[in-house]
Design a protein around this ligand. Sequence first.
Ligand SMILES: Cc1cc2nc3c(=O)[nH]c(=O)nc-3n(C[C@H](O)[C@H](O)[C@H](O)COP(=O)(O)O)c2cc1C
Length: 120
Amino acid sequence: MSERFDPRTLWNISYGFYVVTSHSADGKLNGQIANSVFQVTAEPPQIAAAINKGNLTHRYIEESGVFTVSVLAQEVPIAFIGLFGFSSGRDVDKLSQVNYKTSTIGAPIVLDYALCFFRG
Ligand SMILES: Cc1cc2nc3c(=O)[nH]c(=O)nc-3n(C[C@H](O)[C@H](O)[C@H](O)COP(=O)(O)O)c2cc1C
């Protein structure tokens, strides 16, 4: 067996598909696609998300200290993935283009294609 790393090996790692949202200090809303959401503890229920520091969502999470996670269904259209996963809230108002409700912690919960959601 070759010792060279085959990038296709990464295809064997399973992961989910989520929208992580937050809000800025002055109440602006944003969110992004993430697949790096995972359970930390069951009791109390805690989850974590790995968010790139360059993302606007990261800045909002830092500012507000809160985030929500919508667990997405498999049949998410490519336009939705493009909006939340390939564009930044610095350039486009993402939340104006989807259905969401505002959670008690102030961050939006994206409802489109969501199987369930978590909030702090
Ligand atoms: C399938 C997929 C999975 C992604 N997973 C993550 C992730 O786990 N963490 C992350 O920081 N960015 C992830 N991204 C990239 C962000 O969604 C992307 O950079 C987004 O444009 C950031 O938006 P923002 O600047 O409005 O926060 C993923 C994108 C896609 C398409």
